[in-house]
Design a protein around this ligand. Structure first.
Ligand SMILES: O=c1ccn([C@H]2C[C@H](O)[C@@H](COP(=O)(O)OP(=O)(O)OP(=O)(O)O)O2)c(=O)[nH]1
Ligand SMILES: [Mg+2]
Length: 179
């Protein structure tokens, strides 16, 4: 067992498929959404009202600020998939290039870094999430099974003098290791 994918237990009866490569020489394993999900366009009235207030050096209402912040916050699209790999390997999550071009969908973290020790972590079993923001003009529905991103396994190198502190164990993702 070198590297590969499994379905997390929460989704075991949801009929998900494991990520696959689309063509013979494709580097990326295509990840699909595990659920139907609506990604709201950022161009909502509240957001525009906040921009307008900023432009005119006025204070936007608290309700508009909160609504605007909500659409600007990246959505976490569940994949229902976890990935195992060797300790010196990483899975890089990259956007599909057709997403910004055709759907206005951006990966705000640039790339996602899935560490080997994320697999089976105590808080979410290592489920991989894809961050997305919809910069398109209209809301976009992602259907369960729609391909949203791709994962590429890579080896990585360690710097000289790097001694791993064995007490630093991963307990989750998205800020679990502290600020
Ligand atoms: O697009 C992503 C990026 C990360 N992760 C998971 C896997 C990764 O191992 C973990 C931590 O990611 P990262 O180190 O990039 O984020 P962080 O903000 O530094 O969180 P932490 O403090 O948990 O390391 O979150 C995802 O599911 N999707
Ligand atoms: Mg980290």
């Amino acid at each position: 067992m070198n590297r590969g994918f499994k379905i997390v237990s929460k989704y075991k009866d949801h009929n998900l498929s494991l990520p696959m490569r689309a063509t013979e020489q494709a580097a990326g394993y295509d990840f699909a959404s595990a659920d139907d999900i609506v990604l709201p366009s950022i161009w909502k009235l509240n957001f525009l009202k906040v921009l307008w207030a900023l432009k005119h050096q006025q204070k936007a209402s608290e309700a508009d600020m909160q609504a605007a912040q909500k659409v600007l916050k990246p959505y976490l699209i569940p994949t229902g998939i976890k990935a195992y790999m060797q300790p010196n390997e990483v899975l890089i999550i990259a956007n599909r290039s057709s997403n910004p071009l055709k759907r206005g969908l951006y990966l705000p973290n640039g790339i996602g870094v899935i560490d080997a020790d994320y697999y089976d972590n105590d808080s979410n079993e290592g489920e991989i999430f894809v961050q997305m923001i919809n910069f398109g003009l209209t809301d976009r529905t992602i259907k369960k099974g729609d391909r949203i991103a791709q994962g590429i396994f890579m080896p990585f190198l360690i710097a000289d003098g790097d001694e791993l502190n064995p007490t630093n164990k991963r307990t989750g993702g998205f800020g679990s290791s502290g600020k």
